[in-house]
Design a protein around this ligand. Structure first.
Ligand code: SF4
Length: 436
């Protein structure tokens, strides 16, 4: 039976309840305020975690928010989407005494939300204008973080964004229940409040703008375009009705005003093993799909999704099938079934066996990864499908910098993109001052 509008709305509510002031006070009291705190080492943006937790405990959540935002201007969204269980919270010393780690993510969210909601004064002030101008391509976490730091240092920034809203993956690419209440846009507005940042939407690289023209017109360029091309399965019938890229499915959900009107299959199959695959599978179920199977060609232990995400999928009745590779998509106009070959590791390589099975489906979601679209970046050196940068985030073209998922810098995480943007901005500032 189809779910009602109210049921669907309820299914997409915030996954984590925010802490109230009393809960924040009690949770902050559990922190040991460690010297040489391992949680700081585990944070890609090096937020001084014990200090901000101490500030919350001293009833100074504004000070706590400033400690966070000084290192990570997107501390509010990172608090919602960071896999804290494999970053700061995994490193928390309380784990070693079999206690639950301090809820660093929830405390971070509490402090930043308090500031964004209650403070009338903007907490940062720009340096005197330098007269320098920088073009940023892409208004995702890397581009926004870079823009804020450059604006803080007194430069003027213009961001060119391909889509009609800024925010990148925060706006278009995450499960709705991870970031609710239009938070991505509220954060963009907060970042822009510093001044000196203008965002031009619907400006696609290679269509309405070119790298060469931006290089001519600005003192420096930063590329933060992320990974916008999707891989295909390489099978016949991928164009059948009902076959969709998981990222498009997630975007449809995030941009919809009324989720009860969204189309979802009855028997959904998701192919993939990362957090995007899980976001798609869980949301399909929350929209009312009867059966959702997530199929992966290797074992569960090889899945790139975090254990937390895998548990979330299981608790939402997603059937996880491993050691299975798709070999045929069946159907005429519309997808009807997918045939899988069972796989195994032999001689250290993944091989298909001659055993196979099929799953009936009317909605096949492909979540097998994304890659850099470098069709308009041919003048830049790339390595393993990503833009090559030096230790100062500078590409093979002088004055052109890059960061985020488009380069190789640790995990493809929002928090890493924010750090890349920040560090690239510092490097651009030095370059413009003749120091780099
Ligand atoms: Fe607090 Fe845990 Fe960090 Fe220690 S490791 S400072 S207990 S959050």
């Amino acid at each position: 039976m189809a779910l009602s509008k109210n049921e669907i709305e309820g299914n997409f509510k915030d996954l984590h309840k925010p802490l109230n002031p009393q809960q924040a006070l009690e949770e902050s009291d559990r922190c040991l305020y460690c010297y040489d705190a391992p949680c700081i080492q585990a944070c890609p943006t090096s937020i001084d975690i014990p200090t901000f937790i101490h500030q919350i405990r001293s009833d100074n959540s504004k000070g706590a928010a400033l400690t966070i935002l000084a290192e990570n201007i997107m501390g509010g969204s990172c608090a919602r989407v960071c896999p804290t269980e494999v970053l700061c919270q995994e490193a928390c010393v309380l784990n070693t005494s079999h206690q639950q780690a301090v809820e660093i993510g929830l405390l971070q969210r509490h402090a930043v939300d308090e500031l964004m909601e209650k403070s009338s004064q903007y907490p940062f002030q720009r340096a005197e204008s330098t007269g320098k101008t920088i073009a940023i391509i892409g208004a995702g976490p890397a581009g926004l973080s870079c823009a804020h730091r450059l604006a803080l240092l007194g430069h003027d920034v213009t961001i060119y964004e391909a889509k009609d809203k800024a925010g990148g993956l925060n706006e278009y690419g995450l499960a709705q229940y991870k970031m609710t209440d239009d938070y991505a846009q509220r954060e963009v507005d907060f970042i822009k409040k510093i001044g000196g940042i203008s965002i031009k939407n619907n400006q696609k690289l290679g269509v309405s703008i070119s790298l060469e023209a931006l290089k001519e017109s600005y003192d420096a360029v930063f590329i933060g375009i992320g990974l916008t091309s999707t891989y295909s399965l390489g099978l016949e019938n991928e164009q059948l009705l009902g076959v969709e890229d998981a990222v498009d499915f997630i975007e449809r959900i995030r941009q919809s005003q009324d989720k009860s009107k969204l189309k979802v299959g009855k028997n959904v199959v998701v192919i993939g093993a990362g957090n995007t695959a899980i976001d798609a599978a869980v949301q399909a179920k929350k929209l009312g799909a009867k059966n959702v199977s997530l199929v992966y060609r290797r074992g569960q232990e090889h899945m790139s999704a975090t254990q937390y995400e895998i548990n979330l999928a299981k608790s939402n009745d997603i059937i996880i099938k491993t050691w299975s590779a798709p070999i045929k998509i069946k159907g005429k106009k519309k997808v009807k079934a997918v045939k899988f070959a069972q796989t195994k590791i032999k001689d250290k390589t993944l091989q298909m066996t001659n055993k196979s099975y099929q799953i009936k489906t009317d909605h096949l979601l492909k979540a097998i990864g994304q890659k850099l679209d470098n069709s308009s970046l041919a003048t830049l050196k790339t390595d393993k499908g990503k833009i090559t940068v030096d230790e100062n985030y500078q590409t093979s073209s002088a004055g052109v910098f890059a960061g985020g998922d488009a380069i190789q810098s640790g995990e493809d995480l929002t928090v890493q993109a924010v750090e890349d943007g920040k560090q690239a901005a510092i490097a651009i500032d030095k370059y413009l001052n003749g120091e780099g």
